[in-house]
Design a binder for this molecule. Structure first.
Ligand code: ADP
Length: 498
């Protein structure tokens, strides 16, 4: 591959250029079967390109290339690996605009509010983990004065990384950057809906990485993802996706006795106390619900428990704020909210809204106008919906919708809010909004979630440990500790000098 690649700012042209390709052993190649599948622009439902339809044969080729590359890579000094991974960050940063446009095209995420933000933080993950390379340290152990006893961190070998479509670039980066710094080679399986931006990112990184170290396959979950997990030479799997698929991955990994990291779903609670700053809480609800990402976030604050004293004010202000957001063409700079990623998700989200509308006692507030542009007539746009006073045991209140649908419940007793917040199979994130330090301190300890915030709702970022408890997953990502725990094993060495 050439040492420099010119940015292609037209995402339609770039999608065509990358059509039918995957990355194996440093080369953009077709699938072994020659098959492809369509990639659709959710804002129009027009086909923008074809992704390579990878299967077991492609998995075999990619893993073979990774095995070969890993041996030489692991022999390099850790700091050199870190330098090259950080260099990937620099290259990705120089190409962030084209990557942002491409991810907006394939996922329907608005360029200004979402896709550009994601492409911007992508490089940060490589810079961050590249800088952690010197921390690949072991220990000396006071075992016996006559024996030098120490531990070293060794790479696992080949890592299989399976990623979703909602934040494909960042979630890929949080897996591949630490895996490579730790001395592993990686085979990534992209999500069916979003194969191109991650492929472009991996193609760009080939200008500094040795061939075969980072491979990317596209294809269907059962045909391409499953054989990757099952491959005997894959020694670790890191997965982000649904609980259902996570369990399948875990079972296969159990048969092979290999470690897995699972980042799964969520139904994250947000508690707004009666003494909260309502305006700040409303801004936090907009950010936390990821309305600009059509709610397609596993940490979405999709269950809001609001104290009766501020409930009506909160709901009215939230509705006004979301109403003011512009839904439209993801590539248009004026757009705040884009389209739902796929027909399947679109139907699913609308079903939950309908259940809300049919629920006795519930009020469904639809926000933000549908796009007026006729060219978006077939687009997968859904008006963000606030499901107020929906029964707590109804499907929209309990299940992960992965769409712009927030359930809002009124409470009067703090204990009831905490109990309701924890009454879920999930445990990814939670927030509480209050001016009272004692309440905040009590809640942060009692909320069952991997990521708890008070009076704010920041998104995942490098150096903040990220991951869930309960059905939301196994293992944390995004930190030094995650790099060491998930992508290395500790070897104990004793040198008897007696
Ligand atoms: P979503 O519902 O968000 O698409 P999935 O869990 O189905 O979530 O998908 C997340 C990723 O897992 C995708 O890359 C998908 O192709 C992959 N996947 C789906 N089924 C399997 C499977 N049986 N084995 C491995 N990967 C799979």
């Amino acid at each position: 591959m050439s040492s420099t690649i010119e940015p292609v700012l037209d995402p339609f042209a770039l999608a065509r250029e990358l059509s039918g390709k995957q990355l194996i052993d440093g080369q953009l190649v077709a699938s072994r079967s020659g098959r492809t599948f369509d990639v659709v622009n959710p804002a129009t439902q027009e086909t923008v390109g074809q992704a390579a339809w990878g299967d077991e044969a492609d998995v075999a080729a990619a893993v073979a290339a990774a095995v070969k590359a890993q041996k030489e890579w692991a022999r390099r000094p850790a700091r050199e690996r870190g330098r090259l991974v950080a260099e990937c960050g620099r290259i990705l940063d120089a190409h962030k605009e084209e990557i942002a446009r491409l991810v907006a095209l394939e996922t329907g995420k608005a360029l200004r509010t979402e896709s550009r933000v994601e492409a911007g933080v992508l490089s940060d993950a490589f810079t961050f983990f590249g800088g952690l390379a010197p921390e690949m340290k072991g220990e000396t152990v006071p075992f016996n004065p006559a024996m030098l006893t120490m531990t070293v961190r060794e790479p696992i070998g080949v890592v299989g990384a399976i990623i979703p479509w909602n934040v494909p670039l960042l979630l890929m980066a949080l897996k591949i950057a630490p895996a490579m710094v730790a001395g592993n080679a990686v085979v990534v399986k992209s999500a069916e809906e979003a194969p191109f931006a991650v492929l472009r990112a991996c193609q760009l990184m080939q200008t500094v990485l040795p061939p075969g170290l980072l491979n990317l396959l596209s294809g269907m979950g059962p045909e391409c993802g499953a054989p990757l997990v099952a491959h005997p030479k894959v020694g670790k799997v890191t997965f982000t996706g649904s609980v259902e698929t996570g369990k399948i991955v875990y079972k296969t990994a159990a048969d092979k006795l290999i470690p897995v990291t699972l980042e799964l779903g969520g139904k994250s609670p947000m508690i707004v106390m009666g003494d909260a700053d309502v305006d700040k809480a409303v801004a936090g609800a907009v950010a936390g619900m990821r309305f600009t990402r059509q709610g397609q976030s596993c940490t979405a604050s999709s269950r809001m428990y609001v104290h009766a004293d501020v409930h009506d004010d909160f709901v009215a202000k939230l509705k006004a704020k979301v109403d003011a957001m512009v839904m439209g063409d993801p590539l248009d700079e004026a757009t705040d909210i884009g389209a739902i990623v796929s027909r399947q998700q679109f139907d699913k989200v609308r079903t939950y809204i309908r259940i809300g509308e049919e629920s006795p006692g519930a009020t469904v507030l639809k926000c933000s106008a549908m796009p007026a542009d006729p060219k978006l007539g077939k687009g997968l746009f859904v008006q963000p919906a606030l499901l107020v006073d929906i029964p707590r045991d109804s499907a929209p209140a309990r299940e992960e919708i992965f769409g712009p649908v927030a359930c809002i419940f009124k409470f009067t007793e703090y204990e009831d809010a905490i109990q309701a917040a924890n009454d879920t199979e999930y445990g990814l994130a939670a927030t509480i909004w209050t001016r009272d330090l004692k309440t905040a301190m009590d809640a942060v300890h009692r909320l069952e979630a991997g990521f708890v915030q008070v009076n704010q709702n920041l998104v995942v970022q490098p150096n903040l440990s990220y991951g869930g408890v309960k059905a939301s997953g196994l293992g944390k990502e995004a930190t030094l500790e995650s790099m060491l725990e998930h992508f290395t094993h500790k070897k104990t060495i004793i040198i008897n000098m007696g």
